[in-house]
Each structure stands twice: as C-alpha cells, then as structure tokens.
Design a protein around this ligand. Structure first.
Ligand code: AP5
Length: 217
C-alpha cells in the first residue's frame, strides 16, 4: 500500500490513517505531526514552523520537503508501504515527493481525495480534542471519550484543543487549502492515480473503500 490522503483540514485524514495503520503494515507520515513534534522539542525547525502553523499558513516548501527527505532516509519500513497525510500540499511539494520516491523506486500507487463540505469541517475541527499523552483524537460530540476528560486508550487526563483549531484560524486554513492544495487534485488526476471519496462518511467506511480499491488494483 503506497498512498496519499489528500483533503481539506478536518476531512478526517488522520482518523482514516490511524485505522489503516492499525490494519495494514504501512508507515503513517503526517507532516503536521512531524512539525508539531519539532515544536515540542523546541528545535530550530520547530521554532520556524510555529508561527506558520498557529496562523494557519503553510510552512515553506523547502522546510517540509527536507523533513520528508530525512524521514524517508531514516525509516527503512517506508519501502514496505507508506501513507502520506497532509503532504504534499503544494504542486512544488508534489513534484518534490515524486522525485524522492523515484530515487527509492517506490512511486505512489493511489491518491484518495477526501471531498468534505466547509460546514462539516468547521464542526469537526472546533470540536476536536487530542490526548496530550498518546495522541488519540476525539470529538466532543461525535466521538467523545467514554469518561469525560479521560483518554480511552491511555487514561491520560489532558485532552487539549490544537492552537490552530480556533474558528478564525480554521477559516484561514481553508482559504490556504483552496488556493494552494486543491490544484494538486488535477496534478494527480492527470497521472491517472486519483480516487475521489466522500469525506462526510464514517472513518470505518472510508477505510473499507480505500482498502478495497487498493486490493482491487
Ligand atoms: P495538519 O496537522 O496536517 O492539519 P490539517 O491538514 O489541517 O488536517 P487536520 O489534522 O486538521 O485534519 P484531519 O483531516 O487529519 O482530520 P482528523 O482526522 O484529525 O497541518 C497543520 C498545519 O501544519 C498546517 O496548517 C500547516 O501550517 C502545517 N503543515 C502541515 N503539513 C504541511 C505541508 N505539507 N506543507 C506546509 N505546511 C504544512 O479529524 C478532525 C476531527 O473530526 C476529529 O475530532 C475527528 O474525531 C473528527 N472526524 C474525523 N473523521 C470523521 C468522520 N469520518 N466522521 C465524524 N467525525 C470525524
């Protein structure tokens, strides 16, 4: 399985990726998660990325491409299967990724474009909460933890809201997505590897569609 999950913020890319990762042997690569790890570590890259992320803007292409290049160089498992989530986000990144993957002889097999309505995105992202200890993702209404404020997976008690999940920042993230990322849909369509799926479906349904499509091809 060598996939890219493409879609607006809140399309559910991370949620589907978590299911695919659990059920198939793929490495999940989320540039958002990699960048937030750098911020947590207080690295120079993290310091540079923070203001872009907090304002809902894209981190410069060269920074993100370098991050991916390093990840691919250092994680041998990637050759057995990968799942990109939130990368690429610009045409430059898409071309850069193709070049990197060509070098290791493992090109992308399929891209899943998760089309999702703006009102659903706003509802999902304003209600998202994340466990600070294990990273499990919840929604205050749609997918709350069994016991309020306590993570089902690790019993952690710090379920926080991401700094870029404020309504104004979400609106900017959506504008940035429409301007920079949506054009990549045409790039992959021209390559004949694009699959459109409905981001409004449940994550389990989406996972089943993706798995079926991949096994059929
Ligand atoms: P990133 O972390 O990649 O955020 P994003 O793409 O905006 O996507 P999200 O993580 O917000 O949403 P998601 O689609 O994964 O949804 P999720 O499954 O969590 O990037 C953050 C920032 O980092 C960017 O703004 C940018 O600054 C920077 N960055 C990252 N990559 C970059 C790059 N390549 N280039 C430059 N800059 C980059 O779900 C959301 C909520 O909805 C959850 O509460 C979940 O429970 C709920 N939910 C999900 N799916 C469903 C469903 N099917 N039904 C019901 N509820 C659902």
């Amino acid at each position: 399985m060598r996939l890219v999950l493409l879609g607006p913020p809140g399309a559910g890319k991370g949620s589907v990726a978590a299911l695919l990762k659990k059920n198939f042997s793929v490495v999940h690569i989320s540039t958002g998660d990699l960048l937030r790890d750098e911020i947590k570590e207080g690295s120079p890259l993290g310091k540079e990325a923070k203001s872009y992320i907090d304002n809902g803007n894209l981190v410069p292409d060269e920074v993100v491409i370098k991050l991916i290049e390093n990840k691919i160089k250092t994680d041998d498992q990637i050759k057995n299967g990968y799942l990109f989530d939130g990368f690429p986000r610009t045409k430059n990144q898409a071309k850069g990724l193709d070049e990197i993957l060509e070098k290791i002889g493992k090109p992308i097999e399929a891209v899943f474009y998760m089309e999702t309505a703006a009102d659903l995105i706003l509802m999902r992202l304003t209600g998202r909460r994340i466990c600070r200890d294990c990273g499990a993702v919840y929604h205050i209404h749609r997918h709350p933890p069994k016991k309020e404020g306590v993570c089902d997976q690790c019993s952690g008690t710090d379920l926080y809201q991401r700094s870029d999940d404020k309504e104004e920042t979400i609106k900017n993230r959506l504008d940035v997505y429409l301007e920079n990322t949506l054009p990549i849909v045409d790039y992959y369509e021209a390559k004949g590897i694009l699959n459109k799926i409905d981001g409004g479906l449940e994550s389990e349904e989406l996972e089943a569609i993706i798995a079926k499509t991949c096994h059929a091809s």
